[in-house]
Design a protein around this ligand. Structure first.
Ligand code: G16
Ligand code: MG
Length: 208
């Protein structure tokens, strides 16, 4: 039975991908090239510095460490401007309801996100109190598909990974969860999330 539930943030609880996209596109334009929504698909679930590396590849650009740090900081400033205006109406359908449903059943709940802005986003959405543990990009060293984020989240819940279910929208996240020994529910399309144990369109589909 499911004793713990570990949720990815972007694409599972809230659609912050559109704000990541706007901020990355602004950076690309400033650097003198286009960055499309199709290009942005490659950044989902991927860490900030790895995202920048992909973006620079798209633009056929090279940058040294110091320049990359500066670019990432610029992008993040713009992204934080967007998410400062985030409202609870932007929660994905069924997200808050499903978290509350699981809590009512005694399931322990963790966040397992790559984002360094996760705690701030949970605050903006007013759902911080629904989580027993928050594991995000500030706490883990190795990005998904490495299992670290989900192993840490299970440990913080005091549970065995085998007793935890992970909810993920990115292929790298599904891979990470399987590697951690968790069950995985993919959120999105089975074409991309075929490695998951089950795939649903959104958390609303899991409500009783
Ligand atoms: C999210 C997004 C990624 C983003 C990453 C890091 O991950 O899906 O696109 O690059 O966080 O975000 P930040 O720049 O805020 O640290 P997740 O794991 O919540 O899907
Ligand atoms: Mg995600």
């Amino acid at each position: 039975a499911m004793k713990g539930a570990i949720f990815d943030l972007d694409g599972v609880i809230v659609d912050t991908a559109k704000y990541h996209y706007l901020a990355w596109r602004a950076l690309a334009n400033r650097l003198g090239f286009e960055f499309t929504e199709a290009d942005n698909e490659r950044l989902k679930g991927v860490s900030r510095m790895r995202s920048l590396q992909i973006l620079l590849e798209v633009g056929g650009m090279d940058a040294d460490e110091a320049e990359r740090e500066q670019m990432a900081e610029l992008k993040n400033k713009e992204y934080v401007d967007y998410i400062s205006r985030l409202e609870s109406s932007e929660l994905l359908p069924g997200a808050k309801e499903y978290l509350m449903f699981l809590r009512s059943r005694g399931v322990r709940i963790a966040l397992g996100s790559a984002s360094k802005n996760a705690a701030f986003i949970l605050e903006r959405l007013g759902i911080t109190e629904l989580f027993d543990a928050v594991v995000d990009g500030t706490k883990v060293a190795k990005a998904k598909p490495d299992p670290e984020v989900f192993l840490t989240a299970s440990a913080e819940l005091g549970l065995d990974p085998a007793d935890c279910v992970v909810f993920e929208d990115a292929a790298a996240g599904v891979e990470a969860a399987k590697a951690a020994g968790c069950r995985v529910v993919g959120i999105g399309s089975a074409d991309i999330l075929g490695a998951a144990d089950q795939v649903v369109g959104g958390l609303d589909a899991l409500l009783p």
